[in-house]
Design a protein around this ligand. Structure first.
Ligand SMILES: [Zn+2]
Length: 342
């Protein structure tokens, strides 16, 4: 390679293609500050809405606006259910999101299910499946209605996949339904505690009631999209409320069957990164297969003088997360053999 070619290659790979925003665990409630379950982290229930407003102002002001924002779940806090303020709080947060000039994709977390049933969510503004893209002549890439997941293409050669980490869960379901019974059975097989939110004594501490998992049906669908993306040399970003990689997360926060999801992802070349919320403390690790696992710091545990959101800038050879406040910057290089050439 001569010098000229080398320079051209550098120019080519430094070109910004597009960007997108990320934000997690807003957990708004019209309540005084409180603490997490362990009493170790302050929760700013009211201020979380101001943090969201600040994030939206920043995204709206960016010179080349992000293509969309990924909201990683737990948009309002479970306490709203006890105060009968679930709908009011959701409306307030959704009205705030209305001021964002670009589309937002909503993921569902445990706090969505503390406030609403799955049926309610399906018919609510938190269902953004209408933003999905379909791949013509590939019916195997159409998700089933049995879980809340979809994919879309924000830019040619890039595919984003939203996963439903509470596809297997005892939350949000009618207790008389066969699926509830099936999920309760799975949970109890792995967690003998009377209090199913307690990981005490568990060798697989992720098997608690506030987590959930992925059905084989959803994982099989994921496998089919990733196959399509591999064949078409696409780059894939996956989003889920629950993290799936132990080195990047507290083990009590992982999806029940995180190993099954990793096995599907690791069987493909196309996945660049996996974004999750739920942990509040954040976390990051590149796994041995070159997939970057990023857990975004939660808004709810962010002091008023700080911030917690980010913008990811996408290039032909990497993605760069520019974090604000508690969210650190990250560089996510693509696997070497898969750098895009435009
Ligand atoms: Zn959560």
């Amino acid at each position: 390679m001569d010098d000229k070619t080398n320079l051209e290659t550098q120019n080519e790979t430094s070109e910004l293609l597009f960007s997108f925003g990320v934000i997690a665990d807003i957990q708004y409630a019209d309540l005084e500050d409180g603490y997490n379950f362990q009493g170790t982290r302050r929760r700013y229930y009211r201020h979380s809405l101001l943090h969201l407003q600040g994030a939206i102002e920043d995204w709206n002001k960016e010179s080349s606006p992000p293509c969309c924002v990924l909201q990683l779940g737990d948009i309002i806090d479970g306490f709203n259910a006890q105060h009968n303020t679930s709908e009011k709080s959701l409306e307030l947060v959704m009205n705030t999101f209305q001021t964002l000039k670009v589309p937002v994709h909503h993921t569902w977390g445990n706090h969505e299910f503390y406030n609403f049933s799955r049926d309610y969510l399906t018919n609510s503004k938190l269902n953004t499946k209408f933003l999905e893209d379909q791949i013509v002549h590939h019916p195997e890439t159409v998700p089933s209605e049995n879980y809340y997941a979809y994919h879309f293409t924000p830019f040619p050669k890039f595919r984003f996949i939203l996963l439903d980490a509470y596809d297997l869960s005892v939350l949000g379901l009618d207790q008389s339904s066969p699926k509830y019974q099936q999920c309760l059975k799975i949970l109890k097989e792995h967690n003998p505690n009377t209090e199913l939110n307690s990981p005490q004594g568990l060798c697989e501490p992720q098997f608690v009631q506030f987590n959930g998992g992925f059905s084989q049906e959803q994982l099989s669908w994921l496998n089919k999209i990733l196959t399509f993306s591999d064949i078409n040399q696409e780059k894939v970003v996956i989003v889920s409320h629950l993290p799936i990689y132990p080195e990047a997360s507290d083990s009590v926060c992982l999806a029940w069957n995180f190993n099954d999801a990793l096995a599907v992802i690791w069987a493909h070349q196309c996945v660049v990164c996996f974004f999750a919320g739920h942990t509040h403390d954040g976390g990051y690790c590149e796994d041995p297969f070159g997939v970057h696992h990023i857990n975004i710091e939660g808004v709810i545990e962010t002091a008023p003088e700080s911030q917690a959101f980010g913008t990811v800038y996408v290039y032909p050879d990497k993605m760069m997360l520019k974090g604000r406040g508690r969210v650190p910057d990250r560089i996510m290089n693509y696997k070497k053999e898969t750098v895009l050439h435009f």
